[in-house]
Ligand binder design. Sequence first.
Ligand SMILES: [Mg+2]
Length: 371
Amino acid sequence: MESVRKIIHIDMDAFYAAIEQRDKPELRGRPVVVGGTSKRGVVATASYEARVFGIHSAMPSSQAYRLCPHAIFLPPRFAIYRSVSQQIMSVIKEYSELVEPLSLDEAYVDASENLKGIRYATRVAQDIRRRIQEETGLTASAGVAPNKFLAKVASDMNKPDGLSVIIPEMVDTVLHHLPIRKIPGIGAVTEKRLHKLGIRTVGDLRALSERQLTGTFGKMGFWFYRIARGEDKRAVVPQRARKSMSVERTFHDDLINREELNAKLSLLAEELDIRLCKRSLRGKTFTLKITYNNFEKVTRSVTSIEVIEGAPVFIEKALGLLAKTEAGTRPIRLLGLGISSFAGEEEDCSPPPLETQLPLTWESQQLEPAP
Ligand SMILES: [Mg+2]
């Protein structure tokens, strides 16, 4: 029999905003929004006080401003967030060799064989939460479960500053009403598609047979079938070496209008910038990806001697590459931006490219909200 794994998901509470409130006591108890402060910026993190007004991450900053004009809008200080993140990750790594950071403020920990010989994963999780608070003054939430998916669901159940455990007997109850958006791999587009089929919760998904699911969703159907039953065999993989970072969006209404196209590009550029900053990544190859409405895909890349960084530069490069496509004359259903050929700060940096047309591995997932 396979032994039951003990997986912990650690997730800092409103990370960037919490750091700002920690460092500037006058911000405590007030709605704080960290993110792009320009007209086209997006929210990276909102404090819990700001969430009350309906503000959430990945929302355009302009919309956040309309929802709560008296909120304090701050530009991100990624250098600080990265150093706090290092403190947190080194605490976590005292407990297990199998730590998989998902972003600056989130990590999976396989505590099945923990380094401190603690018998219960719940104890490990409590210890980690306490140590993080002592070292950084910040609170973390934790979820404990037999796999990654359930651990992540658990850490979300008792936020902020909470701990939740999902034991096998609870799986059916916990998952029944869970919105399908919480399933890894389901982004905005798949969600809409499932909604149209009347599937809104994991319980709804579970009512479908494996054959029905694979018939509709292909390979993804197998994944849906298992995940709906709380089964997830993904291992905790320490330190994934990234070769590229990209963001993309599929549009319900095809884009043809140039102005609209530019607006979407700006949003994607901001998202890409935030994602790269979160992982301290800087690269020299910039790629634009387009799918026309007949599903024909094209990519255009440019490689520079210097690193290509910052949303304004991404926009400029993207517009240059866009001119080499049929954008504006042919309807577009998907738009993506990516950076590869990472240099510098990362330990696992890939060698410089030999040619400009490098294949990019695009993340299949939709844009996920930042923490
Ligand atoms: Mg978080």
